[in-house]
Design a protein around this ligand. Structure first.
Ligand SMILES: Nc1ncnc2c1ncn2[C@@H]1O[C@H](COP(=O)(O)OP(=O)(O)OP(=O)(O)O)[C@@H](O)[C@H]1O
Length: 476
């Protein structure tokens, strides 16, 4: 690779860093390498499939924009997985991405490596069907109930307790929530409980396992057997659906889902967003997913956080009888570690490690010191395109369907352009996706709107005030 290409690459990284911020950059782009620049194509590589699919789903356009700003002739960016090119280790690759995600998303090894290592026998049928590994601790018994998850829990229980041949009440059951709010816990609880009935077969697969299991099966010509196996089960549980990538895999997923639902089998799905936001799936698929019961688990309230902490302490005490965390310390942790369940678990693991290794009792002072980095500022609210359309429609006194319609009168055109501009600047959605969400418009229409409002905001104080006010309303 020439020095000039290396210079370009350094500058592209600089652009990416300033466009996404240091944290995002170091999480997703720090391990990205430039392989080659050929004519109009740039070849980049990353070390894991997980990074590849994440970058493709969330940052493809930004990477391309950064290259275009540097080298206008670039029209495409190809992303490959380094390990896959240099060494083939299929068994590892299936599980590695999940591990990577767990660690990257917390910056804190989940186990703190002192959690219980006891493994209950995994259901034979689950194993035989090639299900993803199950954590024996993630059961209904250890799932703490609160306002955030009552409905999801009730629906999950209902599915788990169903019997072969029972009419299926809601299909699919689709649970969505932000990172670390208990989706995997609930789905694995369904799997454990469902498989405790010898009559039923419940299969838990991460979307990655579905993808790689399926792709591997295709390569070894056993796709039919894989599909048959899937169809022979009573409940299919799919975790992290947002990672389902690739046209063939998605088409297969749709066939499997349709076949199962039509045959009266239950499907349970979890993802980090509602079906309507799963951009990479086609419209028919999204509506099929939304056609059962869609339940959101919201952020963990303080009481629920306290409950989770207490259950973690109780679980730790089963192996470390002298371990104790005084009430005021638990209250302090529940009040300050607001982010997700994984951080709560990490906090208890650290206190346990510290008190064991130093043979000291847990105090408030120790807790404050040990968990300092888990206390994060509140993340800005994730803004949805629907929210933007609602707030803009209200401000300009038009209806949301006006914004999505083909009407071209001035009182509708300007609000529509403002809404598109906000969708581009406040969300990570791509131009084609925004176009689709605004009544199926072309991406060039969105680009035109974004540029127009960008230019006007610089000159027109009234519009600038309106846009600022909309941003404030959306942040509330
Ligand atoms: N209601 C709850 N009761 C008990 N533990 C919980 C609860 N909610 C979350 N946790 C714990 O928080 C941790 C993270 O939860 P989990 O892995 O289920 O999150 P997730 O929503 O699947 O996250 P991701 O989006 O990263 O996959 C786990 O240790 C889990 O046991």
């Amino acid at each position: 690779m020439s020095n000039m290409e290396q210079d370009h690459w350094t500058r592209v990284k600089g652009r990416l860093r300033s466009s996404v911020g240091e944290d995002v950059f170091s999480s997703w782009f720090a391990r990205m390498d430039l392989e080659a620049v050929q004519d109009e194509s740039v070849h980049l590589s990353v070390p894991t499939r997980f990074l590849k699919s994440w970058i493709q789903a969330h940052y493809a356009e930004r990477v391309l924009d950064a290259w275009r700003a540097e080298m206008p002739k670039v029209s495409r960016v190809d992303l490959t997985v380094r390990s896959a090119m240099r060494n083939v280790a299929p068994a590892k690759e299936v599980t590695a991405p999940v591990e990577a995600r767990r660690i990257e998303s917390t910056g804190n090894r989940p186990a703190a490596d002192i959690r219980s290592t006891a493994t209950a026998p995994v259901s034979a049928s689950h194993e035989a069907l090639g299900g993803s590994p199950l954590d024996p601790r993630l059961t209904f018994a250890s799932f703490v109930l609160g306002r955030a998850n009552t409905l999801a829990h009730a629906a999950a229980r209902q599915v788990a307790e169903g019997r072969r041949g029972d009419p299926v009440m809601f299909n699919p059951l689709y649970i969505h929530a932000g990172v670390g709010l208990g989706k995997t816990h609930l789905l694995q609880a369904v799997t454990w409980a469902g498989n405790s009935n010898p009559e039923r077969k419940v299969l838990y697969l991460t979307a990655e396992k579905f993808m790689y299991g399926f792709v591997a099966a295709l390569k070894t010509q056993t796709a039919l057997a894989f599909k048959e196996a899937l169809r022979g089960i009573d409940v299919l549980v799919i975790d992290d659906l947002q990672f389902l990538q690739g046209k063939t895999t998605q088409a297969e997923f749709c066939h499997t889902l349709n076949a199962l639902i039509d045959a009266g089998r239950q499907v349970v799905i979890a993802a980090d967003r509602p079906p309507s936001d799963l951009e990479s799936l086609d419209e028919r698929m999204r509506s099929r997913l939304a056609g059962g019961l869609v339940v959101e688990m919201s952020t963990l309230g303080e009481e629920l956080r306290l409950g989770i902490l207490k259950s973690r302490v109780a679980a730790a005490r089963a192996h470390h009888a002298t371990f104790d965390v005084p009430e005021p310390v638990l209250d302090y942790l529940a009040r300050t570690i607001t982010h997700n369940g994984r951080d709560l678990e990490g906090a208890i693991n650290r206190l346990l490690a510290h008190s064991k290794l130093n043979a000291t009792a847990v105090t408030l002072e120790m807790a404050e010191r040990e968990v300092r980095d888990l206390i994060r500022p509140m993340e800005p609210k994730r803004i949805k395109i629907e929210d933007i359309q609602r707030v803009v429609a209200r401000q300009y006194n038009v209806s949301r369907s006006d914004l999505l319609s083909s009407r071209r009168t001035a009182n509708v055109v300007r609000p529509r352009q403002v809404a598109m501009y906000l969708a581009k600047t406040l969300t990570l959605r791509s131009l084609p996706e925004i176009g689709r969400r605004f009544g199926g418009r072309d991406h060039t229409t969105v680009l035109h709107a974004v540029r127009k409002i960008e230019a006007l905001v610089g000159k027109d104080n009234t519009l600038q005030d309106e846009v600022e006010s909309l941003k404030r309303q959306l942040a509330e």
